[in-house]
Design a protein around this ligand. Sequence first.
Ligand SMILES: *Cc1c(COP(=O)(O)O)cnc(C)c1O
Length: 218
Amino acid sequence: MSLPDVLAGIRAAERAAGRAPGSVRLVAVTKGHSPDEIRTRILAHAALQPGGFPLAESRGQELRDKAAELSAERPEIEWHFIGPLQLNKVKYLRSVRLVHSLEDVRQARALAEAGAKWGHAPAVLLQVHNGEAQKHGIHPQALRSVYAEVVQTGLDVRGLMVMAPEGDADAARRIFRDTAERAHDLGLPELSMGMSGDYPLAVQAGATLVRVGRSLFS
Ligand SMILES: *Cc1c(COP(=O)(O)O)cnc(C)c1O
């Protein structure tokens, strides 16, 4: 697989779901891959998506180092952060436009504070716990109150993110559908759902951002 194959898969899933072409944005998950691989596998195809492909990393230092190198060549690259947000590593996220993985108000305060220093704060998505054996995410019963608290920090809350368990399509469908409903109830437009193994199901359920890694590099 390569990026054009994945993009074709997304367009096909959009068509099958009766959604407009381009309503889903492909976010390229580049963790573990070198700047050279990113240049040839992702950046070489940038023209295939308006605004190019956002690059997503899950570790602060790795993001900082790659952003320093790649953004020097291509300042238009949009960096996303998708990993667990440690308070002492927020300082590495200066280049980040969107954090997909915000889990509590302490993280929100740390990001808002850092943003005040930088003159810009990243927008955020709230990561929802998927109800399966998983450590991360806000439990659905707490979502509304966490959302209200995070908004109080001044951060721009754009939507929700969820991860489905691997290899269980029925669970993935249910989790994606429930998360779409929760975003709708909160009036939030962005839905970050779907990875290499399940992005067609996520597109079917209304994802606006899919986070694909492995399939772009294999
Ligand atoms: C690694 C990762 C992905 C990409 O998963 P693939 O299976 O490689 O497509 C998506 N989201 C998060 C949060 C990740 O950590």
